[in-house]
Each structure stands twice: as structure tokens, then as C-alpha cells.
Design a protein around this ligand. Sequence first.
Ligand code: NAD
Length: 490
Amino acid sequence: MTLTRGLIINGQEVPASSGRTTPDTDPWTGTPYAYVAAGTPQDVTRAVDASEAAFADWAALAPTRRRAIFLRAADLLESRTAEAVTLMAGEVGGAAPWAGFNAALAAGILRDAAAAVTQPTGQILATDTPGAYSMQVRVPVGVVAAIAPWNAPLILGIRAVAMPLAMGNAVVLKPSEDAPVACGLFLADILHEAGLPDGVLDVVTNDPADAPDIVATLIGDPRVRMVNFTGSTAVGRRIGVLAAENLKPAVLELGGKNALLVLADADVDYAVNAAAFGSFMNSGQICMSADRVIVHRDIAEEFHGKFAQKIDALPYGDPSDPANAVGPVISAHAARRVATLIQDATAKGARLLAGTGRVEGEAGALLAPVVLAGVTEDMDIHHGEIFGPATVVHVVDGADEAVALANDTPYGLTAGVITEDVAAGIAVARRLRTGIVRVNDQTVADEPQAPFGGVKDSGYGRFGGQAGMDAFTDTRWIAVQAHGHAHYPF
Ligand code: NAD
């Protein structure tokens, strides 16, 4: 029987005020995996009502009690990994290793949030006022709006809520329509089972056509004090405008056009494996996926041959078959978009080193992994984020040209530099204009305690560690005349 889920408002699962539901489609079969409530702007207001009402008690709850909830939730999430694997295969066509990684990292994010709860909350400042204490303290902002994408649903759903909650905020989460369960409802179930009080986390699912109204209502509600958005640059730009119009701070984690630089001294076999993983993990649908592999001419021929051979041999297909490294993309529409990028490139003279560029599979959402060479600036694939199982190899004559090409994009999320000479790798890393650089490794990785985020069109603000704690709190100056009375001039 197909799963049916409602909204989560004040700890209760409730239907949308309109009574409508919306399908959540399995990309492999093309049939509904679940039906979820199609929330309305009125439902958003109900969710904010509940969050606002729950906020003060949550913010005042003893830190050790808050910490215990995150630690319990992390254990619960790990214990439900098998369920998460089935859920991600059904909702987003995610292969089992990717889903397992999602569950493990999401649990790690919860544990990092638990640790953040008991970090120092401020500093004592120098003051010229006799008998006074001057303090700088971090305080929760209030209700936080969290908007998340589908592609790493457990990680990004939890990332959107964990640190904001840990800092004492209440959260209204709007998960992606393509993963409303894995990115929202499943996670809220776990947090509630772990003891999160009712109303502290509210979840509003929606029909895709209603997303602009839902989000505008959420960001426009005066009780919502901050926005965090993870998703595409195009939508992030609109979210940024909405947040600015309402004078609300925003963390925007957006798309990438990430480059993997393979320097002349690289171990070619290692570089091939790194490029394969960085480009094709989760069918290339990771914000950190390597869209461009920039290889030094001295090793280009060997690299091209070995890379093409490896990618042509990568098993792809049904995401529930553990033998498959590459599954479908999120929808038939997404597969056609990627196929069109490949056709545009080959029609303009690019060469296919691996793959076919043809859409396959039961529901038309599958593509054999593709490697393209000879891509030039007149081709669409040179500019936009691919977000599918395709990558482009470029040949350069040295590190300067590699850096210039890597930086020649409006995006700036992550990069990798493959070299056996770590000092040379660090020197290149310092010249790359991205929020994240990995030396002697590929582009895809995340750790809960590390500051994650991009520059340029990849957005602004950071999740993770101290940066995340600062992002989801306000700094308040508190001055206390502790000894004696202050002196006034009149
Ligand atoms: P998306 O921008 O289409 O959707 C993200 C969220 O925005 C969803 O919740 C969606 O419902 C909502 N949304 C969509 N259209 C909207 C509109 N007009 N108004 C308001 N809200 C709207 O992105 P996606 O397809 O879900 O995710 C893929 C994108 O996310 C890629 O570009 C990827 O690089 C990016 N991403 C970035 C990071 C990061 O941390 N930087 C992580 C994962 C994904």
C-alpha cells in the first residue's frame, strides 16, 4: 500500500487545510512512492504559530536535556539505517551506499549539534566602567525557516534543522517535494521519538506548484527571524531577495561547478578513481560533484584512456541492486535535461569518451555515465551545473592554466587538487576561489564539524562547527552594573 503522510504541526500529524495531497514519485518506476499533504499558506501560519509558542520553553530547557535529545536521535537514526536505505531508493533512486552514508553523516550532524549545545555561550569583554561586567552572549534568534533539497535528503534535512535547534531556536522545515519523507517527515519522527517537545520542529510539505507561495508566506511571517536554504542557485537567488526584503539574515547553500585539478605529478590510477567517485557518486547529483576534471597535458592521454575504461565499466541501473554504482537521476525530466546538455555539446564538436548520452530505464530517468572531452565555451555544459551522471575533461599545460580555468565560473563551492606534492597542492588550493578545497582528494566530502559553504554564486553563510553556531544565533551585548551605582552627569 502506498504510504500517505500529513504535515507535522505541534507534534501532531495533520492533513493540509485544503485536504489536498501530492504524489512523491519513485524515479526508478515512475509511480508514486508516497502521497503527502499539499500544505497551504494557512498551514504555514499554523506551523509558525506552533513554533513560536514552543520557542521560549525550548530555548530555556537545560542544555544537558537538549543534548540528550540529539544523542538519542542520532542513535535512533543509525538503528533505522535499513529503513532509510529503502526510503531513499524509493523516493530519490538513491543507491544503498549513498543512503548508508546519508544516515551515518546525518547521525554525525546530530552528535555535533549535541556537542554544540554545551559549548561556551559568550565572552566577558573589557570595560572602562568601574564595577561593571560587560558580556557578549549568543542568544537564539527565534523561529528559523529551513528549506531543503532532495539530493542528500537525510543529510540536508538534518543539517537544515540540527544546529538551529541546538542553538535553542524553533524551526519550520519545508522539505523538498522530491523527498518529503526522507528530508522531513522521517527525520521529524526520529527527533520526536527522541524526546523533542511538540511544536519545536514543524514540517510543511507541499505541491511543487505551491512552493513560491509557501516559501513567501514563511519568510514573510514576522515571527520567522532567519532563513536557511539549501538548493539551486536560481531558487536561492529568489530566497535571498525575499529574506532581504524582510530584513532577515539568510544562509544560502547553493549549486556548484566544481573542478578536480590533476597536476602533472599525479598518480594517474589514483586520479582516475578520485575523478570517478567525485563525478559519479549519487549519479553526479551532489552539490560537490566534479563537473570538470582539469588534467595536465603530460598525463592526459593515459588519464583519458584509463578514465574512459573505468567509467564505461561502471555498473548502472536499478538503485536497489547493490551491484550498481550509478542509479537513475531524480526524474525523467532531469534525465532529459542532462541528455540535452550532452547532445548540445556533441553537436558542437565535443567527443564522448564514455557513455552514450541516451536516456534509458523503465521510467526514462537513467543515463549511462558520460565523459566528454573537447568541450568549449560555446557549449551549454561548459557553464551550468550538470547535476547528473556526466563530467567533462579538459587538458591544460600547467598549474596556472588549471587555476584560471577552475576559477572561470560564477560558482565557488568546492574543488580538489590531485598531486603527490602536498606543498604544491596547498599552493594551488590557496589560489582557488571556492569555500572548500581538498588537496590530494576529490571534491565530494563533508564532516559535521567543518564549516561547509560556498562563495560567489554558490551562496553565503556556513553550516557546521563554530561557524554554524554563530550563523544560527544573535550576538547580544549585556552590560551589568554589578558593584555600586553608575554615575550620571545630570
Ligand atoms: P531547488 O532549488 O529546485 O529546490 C530546493 C528547495 O527550494 C526545495 O525545497 C523546493 O521546494 C524549493 N523551491 C523550488 N522552487 C521554488 C520557488 N520558486 N520558490 C521557493 N522555493 C522553491 O533544488 P533541488 O533540485 O531540490 O536541489 C538541487 C540543487 O541544490 C543543486 O543546484 C545543488 O547543487 C544544490 N545543493 C546545494 C548544496 C549546498 O550545500 N551548497 C547541497 C545540496 C544541493
